[in-house]
Ligand binder design. Structure first.
Ligand code: XMP
Length: 517
């Protein structure tokens, strides 16, 4: 396994994912996790990530000393290279012009890391690599024992290596896909230099997770809040394989779900997979609690609180329940670790509805805690979950509660569900669903005038929203074809009495958010 020491780069998670895609298990830990931790972790190789700080500044992060005495190969990337240079006796300086974006790197001489990996060849026979650079400092003096392995016009030392001690460093980022040979470079490092075997496969991950769950919970009962979202669905499938009858799922139907969603969840889990699922039809309670409430944050709080309350009631009825299963995944874990050490990390915490009851005397079992989303999806498929469920767009915890602007009413929710279902159905039919990151309809409780036949209509408006995004922190509105939008709009107005106008949201995030509330 590979240890990735995080210096706060926005690409750190990508390093871990690339390494795992190569079949090698990797974990991310803060750069200051300490020498003892590293010894205990017993990595076969260590990667030092990039980071936002400058090695030339006072009190900036350094790798623990044992990184360089542990005797395993080390790869420094960007900041990781600079700190390696600084710590081993080289020289680092701030550059006048920050380099950011595409660059072409010349590979020099022989190095086990870059040898024979190239995108082009110069007339003189040098290998050339198309890479992604982003840095404000650079190494200007090699540490003793190191040789030059790569350079660009503006960064004469863009790669260095001490092959005897197996220390390697790159100024560019092999983990981003813009570096075309990046994956091969990382493969060289983990497979050839660190000699890790490719054992991190979907089959092994499942087997391993099942074994761990069985050991942990023994013969005791486990409760899981099933929402129909990817993570809780995969946990349900996994636990069903691991402990079958000992699992009870509680599915709270808030009445704020999408068209037929509750029935689909029951069909997939209860009927198809034989999972024991308690469905709580709580539409009345949710709508009652939301009556007269228009403020988005107030609605979120009410929905979150009620959800926990209802889950709590049901879970308490399950005799002998000792464990609460949760769909926590690795990015959640790394983010919370990152915020403890105060490093820059992408966080989306305010979005989580309520969370699950803390008062319940249950111990936690979190079988996806070590997995990235793409790994979760892979094992979901392998465990037999339908593709549409595993690759479904994210759906906010408060559901339609934040897609009906202002006060939530059943009438509005019913209209919105039908409009939304038409939009989604057509996205699938036109092969556009997987091309957008999230798509949905929003209900606007205002009436506008229309004509239908000879009659005048005075009905509600829906807005369609579709965005493309990688991390949901920034997004661009999806440029869906006009003909497609035309078709969806016609279908909604014709098929959903009560809606007489459809608009398309062309706001980016920022400054708008993805949801309207
Ligand atoms: P915004 O609207 O902040 O949304 O651009 C970013 C992503 O977060 C989802 N979202 C939520 N998820 N509870 C959730 O579980 C919430 O209250 C919530 N609000 C927004 C949104 O759907 C998008 O994917």
């Amino acid at each position: 396994k590979i240890l990735i020491l995080d210096f706060g780069s926005q690409y750190t998670q990508l390093i871990a994912r690339r390494v795992r895609e190569l079949g090698v298990y990797s974990e991310i830990h803060p750069y200051d996790c300490g020498d003892d931790f590293i010894t205990e972790f017993a990595p076969q190789g260590i990667i030092l990530s990039g980071g936002p700080e400058s090695v030339t500044g006072a009190d900036t992060p350094r790798a623990p000393a044992s990184v360089f005495t542990h005797g395993v190969p080390v790869l420094g990337i960007c900041y990781g290279m600079q700190t390696m240079a600084a710590q081993l006796g080289g020289k680092v300086e701030a550059v006048e012009h920050r380099e950011f974006g595409y660059a072409q790197v010349r590979a020099h001489g022989h190095s086990q890391l870059l040898n024979e990996i190239e995108d082009h060849t110069t007339p003189e026979g040098y290998g050339l690599l198309d890479v992604w650079m982003s840095h404000g400092d650079q190494v200007v003096g090699l540490p003793p024992g190191f040789k030059l392995i790569a350079s660009t016009d503006s960064a004469p030392i863009a790669g260095m290596a001490d092959e005897e001690r197996r220390f390697y460093a790159l100024q560019f980022h092999p983990e981003v896909t813009h570096t075309r040979q990046g994956k091969r470079i990382l493969e060289r490092f983990v497979r050839k230099l660190c000699q890790c075997e490719a054992r991190w496969t979907t089959g092994n991950i499942i087997e391993d997770a099942i074994g761990k769950v069985r050991t942990k919970v023994g013969a005791e009962r486990v409760v899981l809040g099933l929402s129909g979202g990817v993570d809780s669905s995969v946990v349900a499938a996994l636990l069903q394989h691991a402990i079958g009858e000992q699992l009870t799922c509680v599915f709270v139907d808030t009445g704020l779900l999408r068209l037929n969603e509750g029935d689909q969840v029951m069909a997939t889990f209860a009927e198809h997979m034989g999972v024991r699922v308690i469905r709580v039809n709580a539409e009345g309670r949710f709508l009652g609690a939301l009556q007269g409430i228009a403020d988005p944050e107030a609605k979120r709080k009410i929905i979150g609180r009620l959800f926990v309350e209802i889950f709590d009631e049901e879970a308490a009825k399950i005799e002998d329940a000792r464990w609460l299963a949760q769909g926590t995944i690795y990015p959640d874990v790394i983010e919370s670790a990152g915020s403890k050490t105060g490093k820059a990390h992408v966080i989306k915490s305010h979005h989580n509805v309520g969370g699950l009851p803390e008062t319940m005397k249950l111990q936690l079992v979190e079988p996806l805690r070590e997995l990235f989303k793409d790994e979760v999806r892979q094992i979901g498929l392998e465990l037999g979950l339908p593709y549409e469920m595993v690759y479904r767009h994210p759906f906010p915890g408060p559901g339609l509660g934040v897609r009906i602007l202002g006060e939530v009413r059943k009438e509005y929710a019913d209209l919105l569900r039908r409009a939304d279902a038409i939009f989604i159905e057509e996205l699938y039919r036109h092969d556009l669903y997987d091309k957008v990151s999230q798509a949905f309809a929003v209900f606007l409780p205002v009436k506008s005038v229309g004509v239908m036949g000879d009659g005048r209509r005075y009905d509600y408006v829906v807005a369609l929203r579709a965005v493309e995004t990688v991390d949901f922190m920034t997004a661009r509105w999806a440029h869906l074809p006009y003909d497609f939008l035309d078709l969806v709009s016609r279908r909604i107005i014709n098929e959903v009495p009560g809606i007489s106008r459809v608009t398309y949201d062309i706001s980016g995030k920022p400054p708008a958010t993805i949801e309207w509330e």
